[in-house]
Every structure is written in structure tokens, then in C-alpha cells.
Design a protein around this ligand. Structure first.
Ligand code: BTN
Length: 241
């Protein structure tokens, strides 16, 4: 594991924010993992907050990269990596484009990727041992929040999972660095929850509808509306049926 550097904290406002404030402490030639046992100001997508009590995994992977202008593809590659790791320990998860990690049609995790000063900052939060009380304040479209414990996966050890992810992620990041999303498309389709679904998507406050067709080469969602293909580069799925 000499290609990674690990920065563990008991408590941080946000591992993504810490990474962005401390590029000078990070190793430019390695993959840096920043983790916290809990966060007091966890950041979610669409400007939401991310509830981060003890019992979850809060991790930011940060690496230097001078060519990425579009972090959606690393979000998707990371989602595939997370799903395939959990499958290896017997837990079937799904991806809801672009950044939601789903278990039994409920949300157990999410990814927030950012690009700043030639660093990629890929933060993921996973609700592992959270109780129902930890989740009452979370309000998300369609899939309600849950944790793996609530879904019946007891006795998961966050620190063991993190150590296994430290082993799992670097080769996937190298794969992404070399060939972008292309080697993740099959994995994405395997875990994709949108297959054959009709979608209602919020795109810049406009409602767009269509049936899932495929993932495009830039990680965009391609949908079909009355035989017309539409590409969605960013948006939030509000409904699928
Ligand atoms: C989402 O809204 O689905 C994305 C959630 C991302 C949460 C993680 S937890 C670790 C990292 N630090 C943060 O502040 N946010 C991300």
C-alpha cells in the first residue's frame, strides 16, 4: 500500500472541506484518503447537508490530476467500485445516477466529487451502523435514507471496511486515470437501478422526462423521449417507474 497516504481524524467539519483547505499537506504523487469517524458539517450534493454521526463511513479520496474538467465520470467509477466491493462481501447495492448508493430501494450512501486547483476530491458517505433515530431529519427525493444495519446487515465493522476500501480503490482510480469511464460502463450497467425505467428528472429547475437508454461516454445520462434521444449532464432524478 505504498501508493496511498491516509489521514484519519476522529471529528472534522467535512473531509471534503479539509482536503480543499490542506492540498499543501497532501502527497501529489499518491492517492490520499482523508477519513473522519464523524463530521459536524458534512456536505451533500445539491447544497444539502450530509448527516454524519458515529457509525458511518466518511471518506474523501484526493489525488492530483491536471486534466479532469468533469468529475461526473470519477463519481460513477467510484460508485461502481463501492458496489463491487460490497458485492465481494455479500451485500448487493445499486447505483442511482449519478451519485446515489442504494440498498433495497433506499439510499445508504452518496458521493460528492469536486475539482479544484488540479486536485480531484471524491468524498463518499456510507450509512453503515446508523440507527433509525440518526436518519429522521433526512429528506431526499424518492429513495428514503437507510443504513446497512437497518437493512439487516449487522456486525459490520467500519474500520475493517475502510481498510479494505484502501486496498480496493487505488487500482480502480489508476484504471480511471488511464481510460476514463470506458472500463466502468459494464459495471455501471450491472448496478444501475434505472434500467428500463421511465424517469422524471430535474434539470436546472426544468422537469425532463424520458426512458433510460444508456450512459454516455462522458458519464451523462441518455434518455429517450418519443424516439428522441436527450443527454443529461447534470440533474436529479425525481421519479422512476
Ligand atoms: C450526496 O448527497 O449523496 C453526497 C454525499 C457525500 C457525503 C460525503 S461524507 C465524506 C465527504 N465529506 C463531505 O462533507 N461530504 C462527503
Amino acid at each position: 500500500m505504498n501508493n496511498i497516504s491516509i489521514y484519519n481524524f476522529d471529528n472534522l467539519p467535512s473531509t471534503n472541506e479539509w482536503a480543499k483547505e490542506n492540498f499543501n499537506k497532501l502527497n501529489k504523487t499518491k492517492i490520499n484518503f482523508i477519513t473522519a469517524n464523524q463530521q459536524t458539517n458534512g456536505q451533500g450534493s445539491h447544497g444539502r447537508s450530509w448527516e454524519s454521526p458515529l457509525g458511518g463511513i466518511y471518506c474523501t479520496i484526493c489525488f492530483h490530476n491536471d486534466k479532469c474538467g468533469n468529475p461526473t465520470t470519477i463519481t460513477l467509477a467510484s460508485a461502481v467500485t463501492i458496489c463491487s466491493y460490497f458485492e465481494s462481501i455479500g451485500i448487493k447495492l445499486n447505483i442511482k445516477w449519478p451519485n446515489d448508493i442504494i440498498c433495497n430501494k433506499k439510499k445508504i450512501g452518496g458521493i460528492l466529487s469536486e475539482y479544484s486547483d488540479n486536485w480531484l476530491i471524491v468524498g463518499f458517505g456510507l450509512n453503515i451502523n446508523l440507527s433509525k433515530d440518526n436518519l429522521i431529519d433526512i429528506n431526499r427525493p424518492i429513495f428514503p435514507a437507510t443504513s446497512l444495519k437497518i437493512e439487516g446487515f449487522n456486525n459490520l465493522n467500519c474500520s475493517k471496511i475502510l481498510h479494505e476500501l484502501y486496498e480496493y480503490f487505488p487500482k480502480e482510480i489508476l484504471k480511471w486515470n488511464e481510460s476514463g469511464i470506458s472500463k466502468f460502463i459494464d459495471g455501471y450497467e450491472k448496478y444501475n437501478i434505472l434500467t428500463d425505467k421511465n424517469l422524471l428528472i430535474n434539470v436546472n429547475n426544468e422537469k425532463v422526462t424520458g426512458k433510460y437508454k444508456e450512459l454516455g461516454s462522458d458519464g451523462e445520462l441518455i434518455i429517450l423521449d418519443n424516439h428522441t434521444s436527450k443527454k443529461i449532464f447534470s440533474g436529479e432524478i425525481l421519479k422512476l417507474e
